[in-house]
Design a protein around this ligand. Structure first.
Ligand code: SIN
Length: 316
């Protein structure tokens, strides 16, 4: 008999938000309702196996920190190692969900499903979207063959590498860009259109080291994101270099192009040992490399995910 138990880890977000009035979908405080209380409001969630809950954090995800990531990654690793656990669901704010999803996939590449879910309306709304998203996330975590870190919102399953928040208000605020979603959840059933994220059993030892480094004070390498734009110059790069920045991700224009003044400053920083990577500020597409490139590209990752990857590389 395959393992049946699902663990639901609460981290906060709008899904746990409270507003003074049921008709207010934006004037709420995120991260107020505990995970156990959220689940109590959803009949039929338990299904065949046990559902275990744990409140790992209670934050508005705009305030996501390395300390919370370290704690979350440690709890996810702990539960993934339990033979009776089939999968993990994480409730999370939408604002930085894509960063946490990518962080967990890059760190753990789990062979079991880790499903992040969220809401655009607070728990107190007239028609909250969180309960259905949670049901869909649990259905995804229970699906035979499900693996890797994914996000489930508004009935769509997105892979950790591709998911991006693209809308400020709609109930379906995520897109997987050119890659498209992994699938859809329809009345508790999954309709898959492409593969799950790849699992890699070799990640575990390195992951444990990175988690303890993330938790240590001042141990996280400083990696900043800067953007190319009309009139961009090199002063910000020089200022960051003077402060000892270890990595810079530049969100270039179009195919990762850079204002010549910004590029000159980045090349100087790179020559001095700062790790520099060129992503694009475009939502879709990837930076296509050319033989003339002097700064490596982000291999299809968005600027925020490139930053997470670089931090993990520097930690390793
Ligand atoms: C948050 O990201 O924690 C607040 C916004 C949201 O969840 O939609």
């Amino acid at each position: 008999m395959p393992p049946q138990n699902i663990v639901i880890l609460g981290t906060g977000g709008t899904i746990a938000g409270r507003a003074a009035s049921a008709s207010d979908n934006i004037g709420y405080t995120a991260a107020q309702v505990g995970i156990a209380e959220l689940l109590a409001a959803i009949p039929g969630l338990t299904g065949a196996g046990t559902v275990l809950t744990e409140q790992v954090a209670q934050v508005d995800s705009k305030d996501m920190s390395f300390a919370v990531w370290a704690k979350l990654a440690a709890r996810v690793s702990h539960y993934l190692a339990q033979p009776e656990v089939r999968g993990i669901v994480i409730t999370h704010g939408t604002d930085t969900l894509e960063e946490t999803a990518f962080f967990l996939q890059a760190l753990l590449a789990p062979a079991k499903p880790v499903v992040l879910t969220c809401a655009m309306r607070p728990a107190t709304a007239l028609a909250p979207d969180g309960p259905q998203n949670l049901l869909d996330a649990v259905a995804t975590a229970r699906h035979p063959g499900a693996q890797g870190v994914v996000a489930v919102c508004a009935g769509v399953i997105h892979g950790a590498a591709d998911v991006q928040k693209v809308h400020t208000y709609r109930l379906d605020p995520f897109s997987s860009g050119d890659a498209g979603p992994i699938g859809y959840v329809e009345e508790g059933q999954l309709r898959l259109v492409r593969n799950w994220p790849q699992a890699d059993a070799e990640r575990a030892p390195g992951a444990a080291r990175s988690i303890s480094s993330l938790a240590g004070p001042g141990a996280v390498p400083r990696v900043e994101i800067i953007m190319n734009h009309a009139g961009a110059g090199g002063a910000i790069v020089q200022a960051l270099q003077a402060q000892g920045v270890q990595g810079l991700v530049v969100a270039g224009t179009g195919n990762g192009s850079l204002h010549h003044e910004l590029e000159a400053a980045l090349l100087t920083a790179q020559a001095a040992g700062v790790k520099v990577i060129r992503a694009s500020r475009c939502f879709s597409g990837r930076v296509l490399p050319t033989p003339a490139d002097k700064i490596p590209d982000s291999e299809g990752l968005s600027p925020v995910k490139t930053r997470v990857k670089l931090i993990l590389q520097l930690l390793a």
